[in-house]
Ligand binder design. Structure first.
Ligand SMILES: Cc1cc2nc3c(=O)[nH]c(=O)nc-3n(C[C@H](O)[C@H](O)[C@H](O)COP(=O)(O)O)c2cc1C
Length: 206
């Protein structure tokens, strides 16, 4: 049975364009999969722990094959709990605003917490490999401006390029992207309408 983790990275709820489009997807997906589970995780309300001192050191302990101190072990438990939750899902939906050409900081914090060696990625003689198996993601991006392919502005888009890369690093390479862009421009309503239609269409086969 597919289980969806729906990650909201906008604090704007009812006014958020990315959430409106991701909501439309999730509603349509639920209709098509009435028995399936969807868990919503709003990263602005999730009280994510900071990835600081003891947790960073615990990560380096893992990389260097060293044991954790009692403090590091306790700190690492918080990381393990978040990873365990993340890995218990096989479908991911992200509602992601562009903030200063990249992703909002709680999403980056979440990524720093869950992208860990031996849990979501591994290393061997050939290099790194993702440890998320049979997972796929839908990413919905909103931005005030537009960053079309081939336009010089495209190079400012570290939002979709970054999230897609880091998902792939964890092994989530099956990623479908929807953009509701130009949300601060006259094109916003037409763009949103198209994104909503795409979302409902994709939900039929996700
Ligand atoms: C802190 C902040 C930074 C932003 N930076 C950018 C930016 O770099 N480029 C852009 O096109 N829009 C930027 N915006 C506008 C948002 O991307 C836009 O309002 C978008 O609709 C937000 O997504 P949401 O509607 O899902 O909350 C920024 C907005 C905020 C609040």
């Amino acid at each position: 049975m597919n289980r969806v983790l729906y990650i909201k990275a906008s604090p704007r709820e009812g006014r958020s364009h990315s959430i409106a489009v991701a909501d439309a997807f999730v509603d349509a997906w639920k209709q098509a999969n009435p028995a399936a589970e969807v868990k919503v995780k709003n990263l602005f309300e999730a009280n994510l722990p900071p990835f600081d001192g003891a947790k960073v050191q615990a990560k380096y302990n893992l990389l260097h094959g060293k044991d954790h101190s009692a403090e590091q072990k306790q700190a690492w438990n918080e990381v393990e709990n978040l990873i365990e939750e993340f890995k218990s899902f096989n479908r991911f939906v992200f509602a992601v605003p562009m903030w200063n050409f990249s992703i909002p900081y709680p999403l980056k914090q979440y990524i720093d917490l869950i992208v860990q060696p031996g849990y979501t990625f591994g290393m061997n003689e050939k290099g790194y490999f993702g440890m998320m198996k049979d997972a796929k993601a839908l990413t919905v991006y909103a931005s005030g401006g537009e960053y079309p392919a081939g336009n010089p502005l495209e190079t400012y888009n570290f939002q979709s390029t970054y999230l897609k890369s880091v998902l792939g690093f964890m092994g989530i390479t099956d990623v479908t992207e929807i953009g509701t862009r130009g949300t601060l421009m006259d094109s916003r309503e037409a763009n949103k309408k198209q994104a909503l239609n795409e979302a409902r269409e994709i939900a039929k086969t996700f």
